[in-house]
Design a protein around this ligand. Structure first.
Ligand code: CUA
Length: 338
């Protein structure tokens, strides 16, 4: 190959590498990592992307060069020269990818091993997924329950997951890890939060009608703030002394519309029309509401499928919680009809 051709090849390769780098960097593809594990995963991502850009620039330059340089001339019907292999070239294009793939394997294996190492004393949190809400339990703090995943910053955390019904998947984009929650299995996920802040918890496995709304939050707090919260008595708001917070925590908002709770779900009956629905069912409002929570299949509003509403609220909620929830729904229904 002449020197001029080689320079052309290199110029095209540089242009292709620049274009590839721009596409990789300019849109913000990844969220700012908020855990040590996410930082390592991002490193693997960029390591891989760098290799891809390198390969892309070589392939693009050789292809562009060949298309321009060896273009068929008009009326040229001759065959190309007969070439039977090129040992040097074949060894090169086998060896380079082999080295790169091995490097990717080693880097990934190191990151996976490091990300899984929870240390001797992680904070354990039991994550329970159920159509269509997340619950978080803290065994070290009297099995304290929360609808929001609260975590202390810089502490190694081990999440142990359980599904009560179908396959869900736990995902916090800023933590860069997803974990399927399969019924019957109890997968774990290790996280070391590095940034105080609030991030979304998203269900990322199609799990039914309310899947898109199966969301919660994770709040990464300072150690002191977390200790204060964890040791604090189960406040009315946390356990759900207030009907509206029970409504939110139990995931009712995912499926029902209720102006008083800012809920806009459309999977289950519209709870702003509870009064009318009770009339249709031919029952007094308060007992209709209670029955619909405890035994949801006893009467199902027309146009809505049976068996979608979870049937364990009667056992899951304490008597006080159930009373508060009924009171809240009845009072908002009465306000709605005025
Ligand atoms: Cu749970 Cu999607």
């Amino acid at each position: 190959m002449r020197r001029g051709s080689l320079v052309q090849l290199i110029l095209v390769a540089i242009a292709a590498a620049a274009a590839g780098t721009a596409i990789a960097l300019l849109p913000n593809w990844l969220p700012q990592p908020a855990s040590r594990e996410a930082g390592r995963i991002h490193f693997v991502f960029w390591f891989l992307t760098g290799i891809c850009i390198f390969i892309f620039s070589i392939v693009a330059s050789v292809t562009a060069y060949a298309v321009v340089k060896f273009r068929r001339k008009p009326d040229d019907d001759s065959d190309g020269p007969p070439i039977h292999g090129h040992t040097g070239l074949e060894i090169t294009w086998t060896a380079i990818p082999a080295i790169l793939v091995t490097a990717i394997t080693i880097v990934s294996a190191i990151v996976l091993a490091k990300d899984d190492a929870a240390g001797a004393n992680p904070l354990r949190v039991n994550v329970v997924a159920q159509q269509f809400a997340w619950s978080f339990y803290y065994p070290a703090y009297g099995n304290k329950r929360s609808g929001i995943l609260r975590l202390p910053v810089h502490r190694s955390v081990l999440l142990r997951m359980t599904s009560k019904d179908v396959v869900h998947s736990f995902w916090v984009p800023e933590f860069s890890q997803k974990q399927d929650v399969v019924p019957g299995l109890h997968p774990t996920l290790h996280i070391t939060p590095t940034r105080v802040g609030t991030y979304p918890v998203i269900c990322t496995e199609l799990c039914g009608l309310g899947h898109a709304l199966m969301r919660s939050q994770t709040i990464v707090m300072t150690e002191t703030a977390f200790d204060k919260w964890a040791h604090g008595a189960q406040t009315a708001a946390a356990v759900g002394g207030g009907g509206s917070s029970i409504f939110n925590q139990q995931g009712c908002t995912a499926c029902h519309r209720l102006a008083a709770a800012g809920a806009t779900g459309t999977i289950g009956p519209d709870l702003d029309k509870l009064a009318v629905e009770a009339q249709r069912a031919g029952k007094p409002l308060a007992s209709f509401v209670r029955e619909s929570i405890v035994a949801p299949n006893a009467y199902v509003e027309k146009g809505y499928p049976k068996g979608i509403m979870p049937q364990d609220f009667g056992t899951k909620l304490s008597k006080t919680q159930l009373d508060a929830l009924v009171r809240f729904l009845v009072s908002s229904a009465k306000k709605g009809t005025k």
